[in-house]
Design a binder for this molecule. Structure first.
Ligand code: GDD
Ligand code: MN
Length: 373
């Protein structure tokens, strides 16, 4: 086959540029992207590293198939892992090229920018070249209005954590010197998908950057993996950068959801008592309701990156419930005892729920959503 060694008389030469491409079900896009890279990067020593999170459509196999005949192509396959930002970080760590580009696999990023970005970095006074949809000449393509509005809002929010005047901090298309990455790598939060913003926010001094306008193309094969929860993940990144060094954002969230659980607990307790149930029976219903709603909320928000789905969700609910049953017994027992001492129903409920919450947190982070492998 073609092209493995063009740009060099040797079959292999040190790579000046590595492209890190995160993939999740992008099989049809991989060969097209590799072909385009060969076209635009003639005369450059480059490699492309696909970081695949065990796609069901055989993306990793496709990458390895191409790599058999094209030494510029590499595959890094992650099992049981998810996350755009962490995929990019691990891809960058897995190459030794002094300049690294990050781009999507789905052909929405205009590869013809790559030589210009590379040149800017070679010339010396730029650390990061950012492809932007928001500078003069750039465009969101046919993004719908809602997404444009969210993107604008997010750009403004980013000012909370980065000093740089980036027009498109959400961009997933950029190129940087290894030194700039190394300076930030230990501070990266690696959560969610905002890897560029993460790098800027984690750099000890503001990176010198240059922006390159581009038009975001329409996806042809496969579908977008970013759902409405990306907004949430984005807020988590901002929160982590703002207060993460004082108290873990996950803990704050768990506590907040615990608060909601207390509300659910009290509400159900009140309703059950009003319906004529004995305090013990009412307490059991209240505890169950709080437990299930806490489980679902934490799965959706607090442990979103380890989210349980389908039968694992069910298993998680079961283990969570079983694991927390000690806490639940304590909850009911304490509530009954406090109530029995003549205190009001809400004080009783509050005391019980508090004990339950402490148990739940311990079980949740070490067991239900703990790393099992
Ligand atoms: N390894 C891995 N793991 N890859 C992922 C994951 C993941 O969990 N989620 C998405 N990807 C890959 C996709 O396969 C694709 O190559 C790339 O990351 C971008 O994902 P899309 O699902 O196509 O994202 P998008 O087009 O909606 O969003 C793009 O625009 C955003 C700006 O609005 C991306 O470039 C974002 O990074 C960017 O912020
Ligand atoms: Mn895309």
């Amino acid at each position: 086959m073609a092209s493995g060694s063009e740009g060099s008389a040797h079959p292999w030469a040190p790579r000046e540029l590595a492209l890190v491409v995160p993939t999740l079900n992008e099989r049809a896009n991989v060969p097209v992207l590799v072909g385009l890279l060969h076209e635009v990067l003639q005369g450059v020593e480059w490699e492309v590293l696909f970081v695949d999170d065990d796609s069901r459509d055989g993306t990793a196999g496709e990458v390895r198939r191409i790599a058999q005949t094209d030494p510029r192509v590499r595959c890094l396959q992650r099992i049981g892992r998810r996350g755009l930002a962490s995929a990019c970080i691990e891809g960058i760590l897995a190459t030794s090229a002094p300049i690294v580009g990050v781009m999507d696999a789905d052909l929405q990023h205009d590869e013809s920018l790559l030589p210009h970005m590379l040149q800017a970095l070679r010339d010396g006074d730029v650390d990061i070249a950012v492809a932007s949809r928001h500078v003069e000449g750039g465009s969101m393509g046919d993004f719908d209005k809602k997404r444009v509005a969210i993107s604008d809002f997010a750009a403004r929010l980013s000012r909370l954590i980065v000093a740089s005047d980036l027009t498109d901090p959400m961009s997933g298309f950029f190129m940087l010197r290894r030194a700039a990455f190394d300076a930030a790598v230990r501070n990266l939060s690696g959560q969610g998908f905002k890897i560029l913003l993460d790098i800027f926010a984690s750099s000890p001094k503001p990176p010198r950057f240059q922006e390159f306008p581009f038009r975001f193309r329409t996806r042809q094969f496969g579908e977008s993996k970013l759902d409405s929860m990306v907004v949430w993940e984005y807020l988590m990144l901002i929160a982590d950068k703002l207060v993460g060094h004082i108290v873990p954002v996950r803990f704050v969230l768990f506590a907040l959801i615990g608060g909601v659980g207390v509300g659910v607990n009290l509400l159900v307790l009140r309703l059950a008592l009003a319906a004529g149930l004995h305090i013990t029976g009412a307490g059991i219903w209240a505890t169950l309701a709080a437990m299930v709603s806490n489980f679902l909320l934490n799965n959706q928000f607090t442990y979103r990156d380890r989210r349980l789905k389908r039968w694992k969700l069910l298993r998680g609910l079961v283990t969570f419930s079983v694991g927390c049953s000690i806490g639940a017994v304590a909850n009911v027992g304490i509530a009954a005892q406090v109530y029995g001492q003549g205190n009001s129903w809400w004080l009783a409920g509050l005391a019980g729920a508090l004990i339950g919450a402490v148990w739940n947190y311990a079980i949740a982070s070490t067991y239900t959503w703990g790393k099992t492998k």
